[in-house]
Design a protein around this ligand. Structure first.
Ligand code: NAD
Ligand code: MG
Length: 407
């Protein structure tokens, strides 16, 4: 029985993780949950999974959560009340919870950084969905992993595909999960991208796109922020940096391929020119389950892939003029140090301003480019955690300023 903590339990990744736990009750149990604001759903999750600890990001909501739990009819109350906590310390406590074997990081954005570090420092293995944490703070997270021996298992579907393909390669057991070092035998990574909500729109029409357009993904059902990131293709840019930190390849050897069917989840090329791919229907439960069961394979009754039903798999190069975010991400990744943290924070702020309808879709890349340009002279190559947190704050403020001044 593996004990799981779910950070961001009420989100898309969190709820899918809990579905897996429900489906395999003799394999997994939940010991810790953390959530943002969705108290009704959180209460249901507590009733269903009986966690030992529950943390709320916003401490001021704790009395309301206690009220919800106390108002349940006696027969519906969890047999043992969980420890309730909140705020940044509460999230860290839940993330580092002693009885957990694996922490699934489903918090969105750099807000996941401190709880992720708390889990690593407590020696926990992680299923990493919260990519922003690694992108913003790779130079801080990687040495912490080395120190604690925690293993970072990729839950992002592309990185899970790469990780799955690597299982059969001359990949030394010791190098297997030490992130940031070149992976033996690996020559090139090809990350596949569905193309996002606007893949069939002309570049000229992008300026007219609305929040509703940008939050409707053709193939995957996900949280709002990552759905907008998919529409700008920044998600793929972020995944390039994520792949760099996870698998140790330089940026010359990490490529993006548009693959509208989302059946191939990514490919690797080995030094002998052999290309390996992982295929499946687009369903995040598979990469999450693989993190939870690795190195074993779970028997599932899930829908099996039938390529004759798919019919055709197609591929094309991404349009970097229509989607400038990819190049911004490559450039920030190559600059390294604090630059990816600036890229990530500027993106988070710009997406949030877009979702509040304060800026247009095309202002997202513009905001990020200005913030990265401004940061060039202040870039630090070997940042501390405090440096990362400072530039993250600075980049958000810088975008808010740009929006106020109307660029
Ligand atoms: P979501 O918006 O559906 O859920 C986010 C979760 O984080 C919620 O539980 C929310 O309450 C919590 N949260 C939000 N702000 C918080 C804060 N400031 N502090 C603490 N908790 C907070 O997002 P999602 O789609 O589940 O994505 C989560 C992460 O997984 C993101 O980093 C995303 O890039 C990554 N990811 C998601 C998918 C997917 O299919 N949804 C796929 C790949 C990677
Ligand atoms: Mg992905």
């Amino acid at each position: 029985m593996k004990a799981i903590s779910v950070l961001g339990s009420t989100g898309s990744i969190g709820t899918q993780t809990l579905e897996i736990v429900k489906e395999f009750p003799d394999q997994f149990k939940v010991v810790a949950l953390t959530a943002g604001r969705n108290l009704p759903l959180l209460v249901k999750q507590i009733q269903q999974h009986h966690p030992e600890v529950v943390a709320l990001a916003d401490e001021s909501l704790l009395p309301e959560l206690k009220g919800h739990l106390n108002n349940l009819p006696i027969e519906e109350r969890p047999t043992k009340s969980p420890q309730l906590t909140g705020g940044p310390d509460g999230l860290n406590t839940a993330a580092a919870w002693a009885s957990a074997d694996l922490v699934v990081t489903g918090i969105v954005g750099c807000a996941g950084l401190l709880p992720t570090l708390a889990a690593i420092r407590a020696g926990k293995d992680l299923a990493l969905a919260n990519k922003e944490t690694l992108i913003a703070a790779g130079p801080v997270v990687l040495p912490e992993l080395k120190r604690s021996g925690s293993r970072l298992l990729p839950a992002d579907s592309e990185h899970s595909a790469i990780f799955q393909c690597l299982q059969g390669t001359p990949w030394a057991e010791t190098a297997r999960l030490s992130t940031g070092v070149p992976t033996p035998g690996l020559r090139r990574i090809q990350l596949t991208a569905s193309g996002g909500a606007f893949r069939d729109w002309s570049a000229a029409d992008l300026g007219k796109s609305t929040v509703n357009d940008a939050t409707s993904h053709p193939n995957w059902s996900m949280g709002r922020k990552i759905t907008v990131d998919s529409a700008t293709l920044m998600n793929k840019g972020l995944e390039v940096i994520e792949a760099h930190y996870l698998f140790g390849l330089d940026y010359e050897h990490i490529e993006i391929v548009i693959h509208p069917q989302s059946i191939i989840h990514s490919m690797i090329e080995l030094t002998d020119s052999s290309v390996l791919a992982q295929l499946g229907w687009p369903d995040m439960k598979l990469p999450i389950l693989y993190c939870m069961s690795w190195p074993h394979r779970q028997e599932t009754p899930w829908r099996r892939l039938n390529l004759t039903e798919v019919g055709e798999l197609s591929f094309r190069s991404p349009d970097t003029t229509k989607y400038p975010c990819m190049e911004l991400a490559y450039s920030a990744g190559r600059s390294g140090g604090t630059m990816p943290a600036v890229l990530n924070a500027a993106n988070e702020e710009a997406v949030s301003q877009f979702l509040e309808e304060k800026i247009h879709f095309l202002d997202i890349p513009k905001s990020i480019e200005i913030a990265c340009e401004k940061h060039k002279d202040d870039l630090q190559q070997n940042p501390s955690l405090d440096d990362i947190l400072l530039v993250d704050k600075w980049a958000r403020e810088s975008v808010r300023e740009q929006v106020k001044k109307n660029y």
